[in-house]
Design a protein around this ligand. Structure first.
Ligand code: SAM
Length: 386
């Protein structure tokens, strides 16, 4: 028996303790699953991006690997190269605390059949298989090699859930209906195919994000004519669903901010400084918003830049002036920053509602109605299909 095989149980136990202390791990059944699942088998190597943009790899040959794998942190486990030569993340092992928070929220009972979208390393499939039995667990990933690797690791541990390399938006109709669907990649809108594959009264837990950082986890109940539910109070972010087994294309960002109209703002320019308004403004955006930076100063990037596929763009200076104002430049058909300012004001006037006051209703025609407080309340927005 190697040092690894003896040490990991103690590390998994400590990880469970840490998640319990944080309040995310609550039930004995999920504690058993965490303590019985060797995360190191699912993460034989991981990647870390350095300041200069280069990636370093840490694997089982490195001393720090084992302890790192049992930390309550997400680990990037697969990279792919884009058409313009950039190496980007295509798969990761989700932060265990987030995974367990989702599993607890999913309200799984003995005998349930669960479909996961986004197999990745297979770690979460292992937790589910331990909890429910392999024959009740199904998982799909668009990455064929990821699925093969996950299957190998699971088999090594005596677990034999049903895995398939397929586009998760289709679900897995030949094995439905399920009691629960859990997605570990984000979607711009929820595919109706998932509703069709969940029993009435069943649940779908998914990160709805039409653009980067714009959205959150929502727990949807299947009713006869709709999926409906509330966003989770705590924000979380998953990597976006890809349409092919390739590196996702990064949206084009503008190269010259000097052509645009000029104004100023008192708001912070990064999406994560105003997550709820940034989500709400997606209902006004002409398409998926790409976010990035342009230029450099001694204090970091010069401009925060937003752009959409129709050619609309806005750039906001990262650093405010002495009056707290930041310069704004905008171009293209839709002034994106103006739309954000307007929705931010609406959100202010509504009393700055947080995620726990927002919900979503999805109907078979694909409509996504985003509502405040109650499904039939007075305030709602319409999320456009992407
Ligand atoms: C955060 S990782 C999943 C983590 C995984 N559940 C685990 O326990 O390791 C997200 C995964 O979603 C997958 N994914 C992206 N687009 C997809 C799609 N269209 N269909 C299915 N899976 C997809 C990625 O390949 C990636 O493996």
């Amino acid at each position: 028996m190697t040092a690894t095989t003896t040490a990991w149980r103690e590390l998994a136990h400590q990880l469970a303790d840490e998640m319990a202390a944080e309040g995310v791990l609550q039930s004995p059944a999920w504690r058993d699953a965490v303590e019985a699942t060797p995360r190191h088998v699912f993460v034989p190597r991981f990647y870390v991006q350095q300041q200069d943009g280069q990636w370093t790899e840490t694997s089982a040959d490195d001393d720090e690997w084992l302890a790192a794998v049992y930390r309550n942190e997400p680990l990037i486990t697969d990279l792919a190269t884009t058409a313009n030569g950039n190496r980007v993340t295509v798969s990761s092992s989700t932060k265990p605390g987030l995974m367990v928070r989702m599993l607890e929220t999913l309200d799984v009972h003995d005998g349930h059949r669960v479909l996961e979208i986004g197999t990745g390393t297979g770690y979460n499939v292992a937790l589910l298989s331990h909890r429910l039995g392999s024959d009740r667990v199904f998982s799909v990933d668009i990455g064929a090699e990821l699925v093969d690797a996950a299957r190998g690791r699971l088999t090594e541990l005596g677990l034999t859930p049903t895995l398939a390399a397929t586009h998760g938006a289709e679900g897995l109709p030949e094995h439905g209906p399920f009691d629960r669907i859990i997605a570990t990649c984000s979607v711009p809108t929820v595919p109706w195919a998932w509703a069709e594959q969940v029993h009435e009264g069943g649940l779908v837990l998914v990160d709805v994000k039409p653009s980067t950082h714009a959205g959150n986890l929502v727990l949807l109940t299947r009713y006869a004519d709709r999926l409906e539910g509330r966003f989770l109070p705590r924000w979380a972010g998953f990597m976006a669903m890809r349409d092919a087994d390739l590196a996702p294309e990064v949206g084009s960002l503008i190269e010259d901010v000097n052509t645009g109209s000029r104004s100023s703002t008192r708001l912070e320019p990064t999406p994560w400084s105003s997550l709820v308004p940034w989500f709400l403004v997606q209902t006004r955006m002409p398409g998926k918003v790409a976010f990035g930076y342009l230029g450099a100063t001694d204090q970091g990037p010069e401009w925060a830049v937003f752009s959409t596929p129709d050619g609309s763009w806005s750039a906001v200076r990262m650093q405010p002036d002495e009056n707290g104002e930041r310069e704004v430049r905008q171009g293209g058909p839709v002034p994106l920053w103006d739309a954000f300012e307007a929705i931010h004001e609406t959100w202010d006037n509504l009393g700055r509602p947080n995620w726990d006051r927002l919900g979503l209703t999805i109907t078979p025609d694909g409509r996504h109605r985003l509502w405040l407080d109650e499904p039939d309340g007075e305030v709602s927005w319409s999320l456009l299909p992407r």
